[in-house]
Structures are given as structure tokens and as C-alpha cells.
Design a protein around this ligand. Structure first.
Ligand code: GAR
Length: 187
């Protein structure tokens, strides 16, 4: 059984979707959720779903080996960033080569980089009158949103869309594809 650890900073709707998906599958399970925000809604979801959740602060993440040691202790096979907003430090990347993936709510390389997350991305897509947007699942390297792309899916954007409706369309793509892409990577 492969062991997945999810990192999330916010609501955690993707985390919940992935946890539920793998409850029905024999080949992998989500063993823990890690967060950098002790008020994140994802923690309520973990309580309800009976999934261990751990909080770390910035010094523990950036300036120590504590998170790497925790992940090794959990015998982690794959780290999944699902709405996680901090840059991943090099000690973590080196400890888990090609074992860290992220989902970004746009078609990278467009609308990526520092400060481009969540609704800011959808607002920018709207302001630039894009006719399509989507999701990108990619390996994580030391730069924001720059690792090798694993998977993309598109959805259309129409003039009547607002950032909120674009976000809904993108979330639907995330819920549909992210667990399946993880499943494939682990098979
Ligand atoms: C998701 O749309 C994810 O793609 C995005 O944050 C949202 C988290 O939603 N990630 C980024 O913007 C990373 N740059 P959730 O907490 O409900 O899963």
C-alpha cells in the first residue's frame, strides 16, 4: 500500500476529495495532512475524516529537518501539494526526488509564480479576457510552479464569467482529475 501525505494551507476541498477517493482503492492511502496554518479549514476536514493532521511553522519548515524527518517517519511515497502556498525548501526536494507534486489552478506557464494562487489567478485570467483556463499538475522544484508538467486539463472562459465562476469550473476539473493522476503516478 503506497502512502500519500498531503500538504494544504486553506480550505482543503482537494485534500478531502483525494482522501475519499483513496478510501475506495487498495493500492494507496492518505496517511496524514500537514499544514502551515493552524486555523486552516482543512484541519476540520481531517477531524471529521479521522485523518492525522500536523501543523508546522516557518522555522521548522525552512530552517530545520523536522518536516523531512516527519515525512520519513510516515514512510511517505508521495507528497501532494493541494492548495499549499509556501515554497518547498531544498532539503525537502532532495529528500524526496520526483516524489512531490503540486496542482496549480491555471494552464502553466501562464499565471504561475510567486503570489499567483487561488482567486488571484482567476482574477488575472478574467482581466486578461482569456477564453480558456484549466489546471496543471506538475513535479515540484525549487522555483514556484516551474517543475515538469505531468498533466493539464482545460475549461472554457466566457465573457460573463467572474473570478468566482472560473474558480468553480477549475475546482471541478481538479476534483475530477487530481486523484486519478495521483493513482496513475503510484501504479
Ligand atoms: C486549488 O484551486 C489549488 O489549485 C490552488 O489552491 C486551491 C485550493 O483549494 N493552489 C494554488 O493556487 C497553488 N499556487 P482547496 O483548499 O479547496 O483544495
Amino acid at each position: 500500500m503506497k502512502r500519500i501525505v498531503i500538504f494544504a494551507s486553506g480550505s482543503g476541498s482537494n485534500a478531502e476529495n483525494i482522501i475519499s477517493f483513496f478510501r475506495e482503492k487498495p493500492q494507496a492511502e492518505v496517511v496524514a495532512v500537514l499544514t502551515n496554518k493552524n486555523s486552516a479549514k482543512v484541519l476540520e476536514r481531517c477531524d471529521r475524516l479521522d485523518i492525522p493532521a500536523f501543523y508546522f511553522n516557518k522555522p521548522a519548515f525552512k530552517d530545520s529537518n523536522a518536516v523531512v524527518q516527519m515525512l520519513q517517519g510516515l514512510q511517505t511515497d508521495l507528497i501532494v501539494l493541494a492548495g499549499f502556498l509556501w515554497k518547498i525548501p531544498s532539503n525537502l526536494i532532495e529528500a524526496f526526488p520526483d516524489k512531490i507534486i503540486n496542482i496549480h489552478p491555471a494552464l502553466l506557464p501562464k499565471y504561475g509564480g510567486k503570489g499567483m494562487y487561488g482567486d488571484r489567478v482567476h482574477q488575472a485570467v478574467k482581466e486578461n479576457n482569456e477564453t480558456e483556463t484549466g489546471i496543471t499538475i506538475h513535479y515540484v522544484n525549487e522555483n514556484y510552479d516551474e517543475g515538469a508538467i505531468i498533466f493539464q486539463a482545460k475549461t472554457s472562459v466566457v465573457p460573463s464569467d467572474e473570478a468566482t465562476s472560473i474558480a468553480e469550473k477549475v475546482h471541478q476539473l481538479e476534483y475530477e482529475h487530481f486523484p486519478k493522476v495521483i493513482e496513475k503516478l503510484l501504479s
